[in-house]
Design a binder for this molecule. Sequence first.
Ligand code: SF4
Ligand code: SF4
Length: 452
Amino acid sequence: MEAINSSVNLDALNKAIDEVFYGEIDSTILYYLQSCVNCKACEAACPFTPTSLKYSPVNKAEVSRELYRYRFTVWGRTVGRFVGGSKKYLSLSEAETMFDYNWHCTNCGACMFVCPMGIDSGALINLMKEAAFKAGMVPKVYSDIANLEVSGNYWEIDVFRQAWNSLISKMKEAVGEVPLDKKGSEILFYASLYEAFVYPEVLINVAKILTKLKKDWTFMSKPLGVRPPIGMVLGDKDGALNVMKRVYNYFTDISPKYIVMTAGGFEYLSLKYTMHETFKVKPKYQVVHITEFLAKLYTEGEFEIEPIDKVITWHDPCQLGRRGGVYEAPRILLKALSKKFKELPSHGVNSFCCSRGGGGCGVPTLVENLAKMLNISISQEDKKFLDNTLLPLINAGEIKADEVKKIKAKEVATGCPVCIESIEFSLNYYHVDSDVLHIINLLTDNIKVRNK
Ligand code: SF4
Ligand code: SF4
């Protein structure tokens, strides 16, 4: 991928590689670095392998292994330096290859689940992403978005403020009162600016459900970032840390029992686990995806679901499902909604990644639109970078589109904004006559409160 060529600063990269390798390796990463038996079982699981075998998990992770061996293994420090397989630093072309590999991994976790050694290649690729970010090797459009989030300046942008305020107004039209920042509410309904842009109707529907169920809930008078903590997927650990402090302070200030969110991408794991692990705190609240929250209430008998007569299915978002362990909750709800619920051929722990979220990048046209709204100019290099991300989406999308076609699902429900974008792209691209939508949009009108 040539797009980053002029941005490579090898001195900065070498310094960053040392910082990451001498500062970040813990026992888990060490195990991943040391345990590969090169069986290649991970190849078929990766959504980027259909584009090229060079994107196989083991091949992408080899970059970090070479740098590790040079520093920490006897073989790598002796013979390896002469016969290959160990490297102190990367050459310009190797740095470009590393950059290319970084953006061909969504951290979906599929490789880890098929690996006989349980190796999470995504974690090793993330190491390189972190080094690359420290060295300024990140598409400018993404670093601009990350900077907006970290600085808090997103709230100074008219279009953002208007989008959020218009969301709150529409919620009010739909449900009457919308309590804002109400401390001690049972439920804090959490959403990001990104969600307000891409699916405001989903957020309004959640407000309708919470009101219908007579819950004590509150919403946020302003968002806590563009898609907090976006630094987690860009390699910007320090930026993510700052943003998580902001989020954690807000969560503890409101001090609810539940924090309910509609996004099941990286933000779910980051705000449920990473944030608290990083700050070494045990929260008094529970962070839950809306499907977990509703499945619990449904199981406890708080509402019924009026059935529909349609073939529907569920795409497991990788971060919510494979990495977060939330498989059952959406299925409880969808099976109650339709007797014709069908599983996709690859589902649950084997769900095939949509190839975008969790560390990959957005659908190129959507990234460009978002940048336009933010008044961020897209350089020629970034344009080339974004264009290059399209082919893997098309290739992985064919597998997803074929799966939907095979089970003849009329509606594909899921629980992550980026999964919706990418699957929608794939279904359109391959002319599959099915819709993809957030599970909330399927459920809202069919939730009937039980008379107690
Ligand atoms: S499946 Fe695991 S052990 Fe086999 S090549 Fe991939 S990372 Fe290595
Ligand atoms: S985490 Fe997912 S995208 Fe990344 S290498 Fe593994 S299978 Fe591929």
